[in-house]
Design a binder for this molecule. Structure first.
Ligand code: NAP
Length: 231
């Protein structure tokens, strides 16, 4: 990534990669480094440098912010499934002429022993679950709706923040936690809840990969919501 000649950098964040990039950049005391968060997580992890939170108000708002803060380098280090903010970043960079760099997080690839069922989105994932499955949903709250109608499936849902209201599943248990780092812990969790299927998105990255290793070791099928599979 080229940061030469930049003085004020806006990092579009919300990911571990963005936080570690901000940490590296602030080591250069000549740079002003601002990380932008969407503001969805109640207790975001600590980030070095300046932090702002909340939407910009579309492309116009982002352009106005870049101008007001005299940003000369925009870095998109958002989550690979955060498509809208990335599209806004491209549009704002085009419109303002500010350089855009993107931090790409490669998707996970199936390994020997994996049993993945690749699907295009939550609707297809919900359809792929067999009746009487005990499915572990490693998905954000905004992706759960498709599963509510499956009252023949028992769901174990892991999310970071408590939902504002009871989730309208017929059968479910809630785990309030971030993704585990450790294969053995994820494996023990799946065993203790008698999980038969894991449902997740192909986010890539180190942090979420422990659940895949755990599923592999237990021979669990993984319903994998892939990036850009939809035609
Ligand atoms: P999205 O659908 O691409 O963006 C929706 C809107 O949220 C954007 O139009 C923008 O609002 C605002 N927004 C998103 N990211 C922002 C940021 N970093 N700073 C300021 N505003 C932001 O995004 P999303 O999928 O809801 O994800 C939201 C954030 O959570 C992202 O920053 C992403 O990196 C992080 N995250 C997402 C996921 C995921 O699964 N999608 C997982 C982990 C972390 P305006 O139009 O008003 O500017």
């Amino acid at each position: 990534m080229r940061i030469d000649q930049a003085k004020s950098i806006l990092v579009l964040g919300g990911t571990a990669e963005a936080a570690s990039l901000a940490k590296k950049l602030v080591a250069n005391r000549d740079l002003r480094v601002i990380t932008s968060l969407a503001g969805r997580t109640q207790r975001p992890a600590a980030i070095e440098g300046e932090v702002r939170s909340g939407g910009f108000g579309g492309v116009d708002g982002l352009c106005a912010y870049l101008d007001a803060e005299k940003i000369d380098l925009l870095i998109d280090a958002t989550h690979p499934f955060a498509k809208q903010i990335s599209a806004h970043a491209r549009a704002a960079a085009f419109r303002t002429g500010i350089r855009l760099e993107c931090v790409e997080r490669p998707p996970w690839m199936p390994q020997k022993g994996d049993n993945w069922i690749s699907v295009a989105g939550p609707d297809d994932a919900a359809l792929a679950l067999p009746s009487a499955a005990r499915a572990f949903l490693a998905l954000g709250r905004q992706h759960l709706e498709a599963f509510y109608a499956r009252d023949d499936v028992h769901f174990v849902v892991r999310m970071v923040d408590a939902p504002p209201a009871l989730l309208p599943f017929k059968n479910h248990e809630l785990i309030l936690a971030r993704a585990g780092h450790d294969k053995a812990c994820e494996r023990a969790l799946f065993q203790s809840y008698k999980i038969s299927h894991l449902v997740c998105r192909n986010s890539g990255g180190a942090r979420g990969s422990a659940k895949l290793a755990a599923a592999r070791s237990l021979g669990l099928p993984v319903i994998m919501i892939e990036r850009d599979l939809r035609q």
